[in-house]
Design a protein around this ligand. Structure first.
Ligand code: DGT
Ligand code: CA
Ligand code: CA
Ligand code: ZN
Length: 573
């Protein structure tokens, strides 16, 4: 049975949580947690590496012990140590840990003080107002937990794009090997590169649908088969992901792809055009009366209704049909346009690699520059740097730059925006930097007015360059803080500051709507990975996807420029 990176990561993350509840050595807990993050973000499949006999301990943050455990998971599908820890820990505490606002420390308190072992117990205690007086809790947290519990009761379950990829791509490759399959592609929100996915929609063309349908429903990760037919089947995988498979004829491939890529709103707008031209448009083709006139390719479908090809990321009915009619569709930014990364951490704070290692990885990507943006002192949990340590790092970067050819390390820092809107380091060190990424990491709960003022005041500082992860949201985990994004963008524009599209797959912050807002206001953004290990640099593509959903072109993105050009763009008057 195939084991995906996401599953290995989940095992280590759960192990870390349970060990923390047990009060294990914090270094041990952190090692497992880091391993989970490393594996979750690896660009290659760990199972395949094990099978090929690769040395896993070469991976960042993975030593001999972890490498052995990974091998055990791949070979047996389980981890003995986790089973052992689970047997010592009661009930469904593991489920509780995953609830936002809880975490291992508070779960331990819940268990020790009230004997709470599962979600039902938690809900009962929260409703009875018993949580607020527990050590480390309070009325706010109790309220947050209640909100989360009621959200869960109604929320539709969506999966992050990066996780969906890990389950969908191997399945797609598996289907491609079925007898007679000529084409197989994933449509739906996945093809539109939405940040989260409701279900996966796969489209196949083939000579005879029986073999591929049979292969589909007997995939070894199937939890159950919801339906099986000649042209459509639906399965649910062990991971909880639902997958629809549709088989269509060659001549309908384009129209089916167009239809199942959606979005529904986009389809309705396009169908409207067809109707105006006296045509009928559906998943089988474009028809005049009963006569099929087009449908082999998407280009053909769009052309027949009088439109140029529209990129999937734009198909949200946000004005793309009108723009297409008027010949003013954006020429979307691509990964190949990106010349560097403007947000990366190192071992000096909470990263896993040295400056040299990060530089080598950036160079291997063909980048011209990489900004090292370690945390500043307010972020004590990440060992944030004071002015003195930063000055030492800047010297090290100078020395490294002398040795590097064809690549430049930019001197920077991820500077905390303090509650009063001042920056976490004095200007006499900030002025030594090539640029800054300024972010909010605490006091997330200020009023909208206060949070907005805080950021704008920070932008008044002449050394503020880029506002990092501007909304603070974590996808499916933490809502954005209250902030008037339009006012923040206006203020950035007036002062010569910029906003970040943080490419971490669980952040993607700015989101697509805010990317478009920035573009419409004429404000440029930086697409940055916020890398904490060398492999995180690969997250760039998720940021680019989000930027494309927000209509961004190369000229809208700071890090498509060469350093000389970028430098003059970010220099404030
Ligand atoms: P998801 O799965 O919630 O992330 O979002 P989608 O966009 O993948 O939606 P899904 O899986 O329900 O359907 C896939 C596509 O099929 C959808 O984007 C457009 C098309 N579609 C589904 N239902 C309808 C419909 O009633 N009318 C039209 N015009 N298209 C539809
Ligand atoms: Ca879907
Ligand atoms: Ca679907
Ligand atoms: Zn950050």
């Amino acid at each position: 049975m195939a084991i995906h990176n996401a599953e290995i990561a989940r095992i280590f993350s759960l192990l870390a949580d349970l060990l923390e509840i047990e009060g294990a050595n914090p270094f041990r807990v952190r090692a497992y947690r880091n391993a989970a993050r490393t594996i979750e973000s690896l660009p290659h499949n760990v199972e395949a590496m094990v099978r090929e006999g690769a040395d896993l301990s070469e991976l960042p943050g993975i030593g001999e012990d972890l490498a052995g455990k990974i091998k055990e998971i791949v070979e047996t599908g389980r981890l003995g140590l986790l089973e052992e820890v689970k047997s010592r820990i009661p009930g469904a505490l593991a489920e509780l840990v995953a609830i936002p606002g809880l975490g291992p420390k508070r779960v331990k308190v819940l268990y020790d003080a009230l004997g709470i072992q599962d979600i039902e117990g938690l809900a009962r205690a929260a409703k009875a107002g018993k949580l607020r007086n527990l050590p480390g809790f309070g009325a706010k947290i109790e309220e947050k937990i209640l909100e989360e519990l009621s959200r869960r009761a109604t929320a539709e379950k969506r999966m992050k794009l990066i996780t969906a990829e890990q389950f969908a791509e191997p399945l797609l490759n598996y289907l491609r090997e079925a007898n007679g399959v000529t084409r197989a592609i994933i449509a739906g929100s996945y093809r539109r590169r939405k940040e989260t996915i409701g279900d996966i929609d796969i489209l196949v063309t083939c000579r005879d649908s029986d073999p591929v349908m049979e292969r589909f429903v007997t995939y070894d990760e199937v939890e159950h088969v919801l339906s099986k037919g000649k042209t459509r089947s639906t399965i649910v995988l062990r991971s909880g992901l639902q997958v629809d498979l549709r088989v269509v004829a060659e001549e309908s491939y384009g129209s089916a792809l167009q239809y199942f890529t959606g979005s529904k709103a986009h389809n309705i707008a396009v169908r409207h055009l067809a109707v105006k031209l006296g045509l009928k448009l559906n998943e089988y083709g474009v028809f005049r009366g009963e006569t099929y006139i087009a449908g082999r390719t998407e280009e053909e479908v769009y052309r027949t209704v009088g439109l140029p090809y529209i990129e999937p990321e734009l198909r949200e009915d946000w004005g793309e049909v009108e723009a297409a009619q008027q010949g003013r569709l954006p020429h979307l930014v691509t990964l190949a346009d990106i010349r560097g990364d403007l947000h990366a951490h190192t071992k000096a704070t909470d990263g896993q690699a040295t400056i040299e290692e990060m530089a080598a990885a950036a160079k291997a990507k063909g980048y011209d520059y990489l900004a090292i943006t370690d945390h500043t002192k307010r972020v004590t949990v990440a060992n944030g740097m004071d002015a003195k340590r930063l000055a030492q790092q800047l010297e090290a970067i100078d020395r490294l730059n002398e040795r590097l050819s064809g690549m430049k390390i930019l001197k920077s820092a991820e500077v905390d925006i303090l509650e009063d809107g001042s920056l976490d380091l004095p200007n006499d060190i900030l002025k030594e930097l090539d640029l800054t990424v300024c972010s909010i990491h605490y006091k997330l709960n200020l009023s909208r007015e206060k949070q907005t003022e805080r950021v704008i005041r920070a932008m008044d500082n002449p050394y503020f360059t880029i506002f990092g992860h501007p909304s603070g949201r974590m996808i499916e985990e933490r809502a954005p803080y209250a902030i008037d994004m339009e006012r923040v963008m206006q203020a950035a524009l007036e002062r010569g500051c910029f906003l970040e599209v943080n490419a971490q797959p669980s952040r993607l912050d700015l989101n697509d709507v805010h990317c478009k807002m920035a573009k419409d206001m004429g404000l440029k953004v930086a697409i940055s990975t916020d890398a904490h290990r060398t492999t995180d640099l690969d997250f760039m593509r998720f940021g680019v996807d989000q930027a494309r959903r927000g209509w961004l072109e190369p000229s809208d993105v700071l890090n498509t420029k060469k350093w000389s050009e970028l430098k003059s763009l970010i220099t404030r008057a």
